[in-house]
Design a protein around this ligand. Structure first.
Ligand code: GDP
Ligand code: IMO
Ligand code: MG
Length: 459
């Protein structure tokens, strides 16, 4: 077993990615295309892993979702929260690309660019935005808010209210859709008039307090944003296809998690894009054959924000302990995250779905001090033992987790850098999760900082 990061003490807090042991990080891998994808309900610490892997790549790509994502990167004593900009942005020389599969709110991405620039992070030609990306307008956000209490089978979806669902709905519906490239065409002015007239009627029907939107104001605001964004906008599909054919190393950064995938997740309690590994080709335009390594990111336990069934949820003091130790409050909305034990039935399903080769187990340190840990290895549904993840939400609602109980460990582990140094019960826990999912563990994270990572790929 190996560590791939130099000791924190020898490097100081502001460790540079260049200090990583890249050979160990990449051992045995031919890397034209790596995909980092969450296997749970999001917030698995994908941002941390993408940041660590960035220097192994030439290009970092966000391919779906929007500003519903909140990816955290901690560099020394600085914490960055990214919503739309790829987590590779901190590495000079790396090209960051936001593709047409993403839904983009121009004021939000400009605010993100400005906030990074104010902290000395360069965002210039290293950020490329697809002219095919669909644009989120105020009517999408208003609709998302008006529908936020809307229930699917009696339970609120609990969206992030960033206009994600309504924008994807318009994309598929086509007639009211606007893509980033449209903002630069003369036809944009007329389209805004038509769409605003239709949306005002629709929104008035949804909410008595709807303030009618004024087409001219929307047009002016979005034209100003478009001018500021102009240097970043281009055909990213052509760029990525050229890059793939030239053997450039691409890192695809998933947003949300596989269980929130609109087609394969816990529908209807999902987001509106393909947030599992299946979304990479459609969202980016890069054929799947260029993805040679898929890393499935999991927390050592489970969390979920928003509504929907969650079989291993802990509505007790243990759940609260996980929330407190893991600081489990939403990156985007600050909502307390629902916490529970690790669900191996769900993770095995999503690892298969997303074509995962290896696992990154994050936030293992949060489990320290638990006397015992539980792992869900099957569900009981109406008296039957089920190991396949149910396709219908009603069945998942009735699923009672069947737990295996394993010993926990007392000691804090955030300072450990070698797998062999972890308590025996922590290693046994990792082995059990890996065995249940049927994939090796390549990374173990024991804290939010870059150096709090153990590289555990077997030789
Ligand atoms: P993402 O959306 O998947 O990128 O994850 P988020 O950034 O929303 O949430 C992960 C949170 O866990 C962030 O606050 C990270 O700084 C933090 N984090 C990442 N890795 C670790 C870890 O190993 N231990 C602990 N305690 N926190 C971590
Ligand atoms: P990252 O990339 C966790 C959840 C919302 C809600 C559902 C639908 O940080 O892991 P939406 O606004 O997308 O229509 O909300 O999806 N959700 C996330 N949960 N992490 C995320 O992103 C999420 N993005 C959306 O809480 O339940
Ligand atoms: Mg997040």
């Amino acid at each position: 077993m190996d560590t791939f990061l130099p000791d924190a003490e020898s490097t100081g807090k502001l460790m540079s990615l260049a200090d990583l042991d890249h050979e160990a990080l990449n051992k045995g891998c031919v890397v034209p295309g790596t995909c980092v994808v969450g296997l749970q309900w999001g917030d698995e610490a994908k941002g941390k892993l993408v940041d660590l892997l960035t220097l192994q790549h030439d290009i970092v790509v966000r391919y779906q979702g929007g500003a519903n994502a909140g990816h955290t990167v901690v560099i020394g004593d600085q914490t960055y929260k990214l919503s739309l900009i790829p987590s590779g942005i901190f590495s000079p020389g790396v090209q960051c690309v936001v593709t047409g599969g993403v839904v983009l709110h121009p004021p939000s991405i400009l605010a993100e660019i400005d906030a990074l620039a104010a902290r000395g992070v360069e965002v210039g030609q290293n950020l490329m935005l697809s002219d095919r990306a669909h644009v989120i307008f105020p009517w999408h956000i208003a609709e998302d808010r008006a529908l936020s209490d809307n229930t699917a089978d009696g339970e609120a979806l609990g969206t992030t209210q960033r206009g994600i669902g309504p924008c994807y709905r318009d994309k598929v519906g086509r007639s009211h859709a606007v893509r980033l490239g449209d903002l630069y065409r003369d036809s944009f002015r007329g389209r805004v008039d038509l769409i605003v007239a239709a949306k005002n009627k629709m929104l008035a029907g949804l909410s008595d307090s709807h303030e009618p939107l004024v087409a001219e104001q929307v047009y002016q605001q979005y034209r100003e944003c478009a001018e500021r964004l102009r240097p970043h906008v281009r055909d990213t599909t052509a760029f990525l296809l050229d890059a793939a054919e030239q053997g450039k190393r691409m890192l695809f950064e998933g947003a949300q998690g596989s269980l929130l995938d609109v087609d394969h997740g816990t529908f209807p309690f999902v987001t509106s894009s393909n947030s599992s590994g299946v979304g990479v080709p459609s969202g980016s335009g890069v054929p799947g054959k260029y993805i040679t390594r898929t890393i499935g990111v999991i927390k050592a336990y489970s969390t979920r924000v928003g509504g929907g069934p969650f079989p291993t949820e802990l509505n007790d003091s243990t759940g609260q302990q996980l929330r407190d130790r893991g600081n489990e409050y939403g990156t985007v909305t600050r909502r307390p995250r629902r916490c529970g034990w690790f669900d191996a039935v769900a993770a095995r399903y999503t690892a298969r779905l997303s074509g995962v080769d290896e696992l990154a187990v994050m936030l293992l340190d949060v489990l320290s001090t638990q006397k015992e840990l539980k792992i869900c290895t099957a569900y009981d549904i109406d008296g039957s033992r089920v190991q396949d993840f149910p396709s219908h939400v009603d069945d998942l609602r009735r699923a009672k987790p069947l737990f295996e109980t394993v010993p926990g460990w007392d000691e804090e582990i955030g300072h450990l850098r070698q797998l062999a140094a972890l308590p025996a019960s922590a290693r046994a826990y990792l082995d059990r999760i890996s065995g249940l999912i049927g994939r090796p563990v390549s990374f173990v994270s024991v804290g939010p900082e870059r150096q709090q990572t153990i590289f555990s790929r077997p030789n």
